[in-house]
Design a protein around this ligand. Structure first.
Ligand code: C2E
Ligand code: MG
Ligand code: MG
Length: 551
């Protein structure tokens, strides 16, 4: 209890006050109540308090105070104003109690209401709450979301044979592993015995991509939960069955979504467990085709089903100056598969690294073979490099190792990078390019004009060449915008001291137009399509022979 005058100067306290705050009368009498302020409440809080006392004669509520030792504590406080016979407030009497323990108990209760005590994961109630919010935000910003229903296979058997303690341990391990598979913004919940839910948010707006993103996370979870468990010294193997549904059209109904994920989980069980299934058969089909292709791609790499096609690059006299190597997949059933059908998947799965390594290695060995043949010895080979290759920390040593092992002349090797790579960590890429350039390797910026190159770092990139994208070349004669872009790229190249090559040149008129703009290097069907090595070599030999006879 505390009594102050109208100016909040403390006049009297009781022993309970000393007990709670640590202040003895000697410390505090004559001081104002601001000594007790925690700093957690703003001016508006105290104004409202004052208004309430003036209006109703009293204020009651929760308030944070500061003890003598500096510690903050929550108090339940009631303050009344004492008025004289004119109605003027002369004193304040306040009583307050420390509610630290009650507050902690409240928090504990709300934690129990929303979290699973065993795993500390959100429980069904909190999950449904978060799901409702996720659905609402997905309606607003159109990013897709997904719900995964994860059930442990044969969990009951573990409980029955090894006991509930081991069962509890397994559930705790599973909870930790699940958390390790998702982003902080996703939710992992436990909604029953061995049933977990993963709620993914902010996936791609595009349904196919969202399905593949979800599948990738599902596969990651499958792999993580398949790793053997250490249950207090006992090795245990466990597998999950996973049912998945994308929010899709059902953005308003959380129970329906949970039901779908549950049904899909039963399909995973029916399919033999330790697998995942999507509720929507169309999405399941898409995902299955995707993973079949991935398996085939892995096998294709092992069985060397890939070949390089060579597409000529020529100068303004149409002499061969080099070739771009373009990878093809000789699929046992489907025949020659173009890169557009497998490079994106190879990039998404990381298989682009071994594939890219193979391409680079094959190209370098070809340079060495050509070095011994006069007609071919001066030709450069351009190799396409993917973003995920160049981003690897060991990209530079890997390229240098290939050069060293094959003995290829680095001055004849050109790496093609694309503008989109420059969107992430351009500084790192500049460092790597500079390191390789120091060894004689050159760089060409592929598909130039289609991305968002900032001119400022274009100047800083150690480039040798810009490659005008074929979309501009295609309509250069008919679309004045494309003509203007081509003209600009050429001017840019000249002023930055870079050579410029036009790709996708198909007609004589396109070629003549480009020549008129001072473009002196070309690649396109007009000169040669991408063709197998032997065909390319005989094409070059033919030209060489012609020149020799003419000379
Ligand atoms: P890119 O590097 O821009 O390759 C040029 C593409 O344009 C090639 O398609 C080529 O066949 C095509 N092309 C060339 N001249 C003409 C023309 O006159 N008219 C038309 N309509 N098309 C022409 P391709 O071989 O299907 O390759 C497509 C893309 O696949 C390449 O685009 C490249 O980004 C990627 N790619 C190919 N091989 C590799 C590789 O070994 N590694 C990586 N990372 N990507 C590769
Ligand atoms: Mg290219
Ligand atoms: Mg290109």
């Amino acid at each position: 209890m505390m009594i102050t005058d109208a100016h909040r100067v403390i006049l009297r306290i009781n022993s309970a006050f000393t007990e709670t705050t640590g202040y003895h009368p000697d410390d505090i009498l004559g001081q104002t109540t601001s000594l007790l302020k925690s700093g957690r409440h703003d001016r508006a809080f105290f104004t409202a308090m004052q208004d309430s006392i003036l209006r109703d004669g009293a204020w009651r509520g929760e308030l944070w105070n500061r003890r003598k030792n500096g510690e903050l504590y929550p108090a339940w406080m009631s303050i009344s104003g004492v008025r004289d016979r004119h109605g003027t407030i002369t004193h304040y009497v306040s009583s307050h109690s420390d509610i630290t323990l009650r507050k902690a108990a409240e928090e504990e209760i709300s934690h129990l209401a929303f979290f699973d005590p065993l795993t500390e994961l959100p429980n069904r109630r909190l999950l449904m709450e978060r799901l409702r919010r996720a659905l609402a935000s997905s309606l607003r910003n159109t990013g897709e979301g997904a719900l995964m229903f994860i059930d442990l296979d044969n969990f009951k058997l573990l409980n029955d044979t090894l006991g509930h303690d081991k069962g509890d341990l397994l559930l705790q391990h599973v909870a930790q592993r699940l958390l390790g598979c998702v982003r902080d913004s996703d939710t992992v919940a436990r909604i029953g015995g061995d049933e977990f839910i993963v709620l993914l948010e902010q996936l791609s707006e595009q349904a196919t991509t969202a399905a593949l993103q979800t599948e990738a996370i599902g596969e990651k979870i499958l792999a993580a939960l398949n790793v053997p468990y250490d249950l207090a010294g006992q090795v245990h193997y466990s597998t999950p069955s996973i049912g998945i549904t994308l929010f899709g059209e059902h953005k308003s109904n959380e129970t329906e979504l949970l039901k779908r994920a549950d049904l899909a989980m039963y399909q995973a069980k029916a399919a033999g467990r330790n697998t995942l299934r999507f509720f929507d058969p169309k999405i399941q089909e898409l995902v299955t085709a995707h993973s079949r292709l991935e398996t085939e791609l892995r096998q294709g790499l092992l069985q060397e089903e890939f070949v390089l096609y060579y597409q000529a690059q020529v100068d303004s006299a149409r002499r061969f100056i080099g070739a771009e190597v373009l990878v093809r997949w000789q699929h046992p059933r489907r025949g020659i598969v173009p890169p557009a059908e497998f490079i994106p998947l190879a990039e998404a799965t990381g298989l682009i690294r071994p594939l890219g390594q193979w391409v680079l290695d094959t190209a370098c060995r070809q340079l060495v073979v050509w070095a011994g043949q006069p007609a071919l010895a001066a030709l450069t080979i351009a190799v396409n490099v993917s973003a995920s290759q160049i981003q690897r920390p060991d990209f530079v040593p890997q390229v240098l190792t290939v050069i060293a092992l094959t003995g290829a002349n680095p001055r004849l090797l050109k790496l093609e990078i694309t503008e989109s790579m420059l969107l992430t960590d351009v500084e790192d890429i500049i460092l790597k390019m500079t390191a390789l350039q120091a060894h004689g390797i050159s760089f060409s910026l592929d598909d130039f004009g289609t991305g968002y190159s900032s001119l400022s770092y274009l100047k800083r990139l150690p480039l040798d060449q810009l490659k005008i994208d074929r979309s501009f070349v295609r309509d250069v004669l008919t679309d004045p915008n494309d003509a203007a872009i081509v003209r600009t790229i050429l001017a840019l190249g000249h002023s930055l001291g870079l050579s410029v090559i036009a790709e996708g040149v198909e007609t004589e008129t396109q070629c003549a137009f480009l020549a008129g703009l001072e473009c002196h290097a070309y690649q396109g069907f007009l000169f040669s399509r991408p063709i197998p090595l032997e065909e390319f070599e005989s094409l070059v030999a033919h030209q060489h022979e012609g020149q020799r006879l003419a000379g």
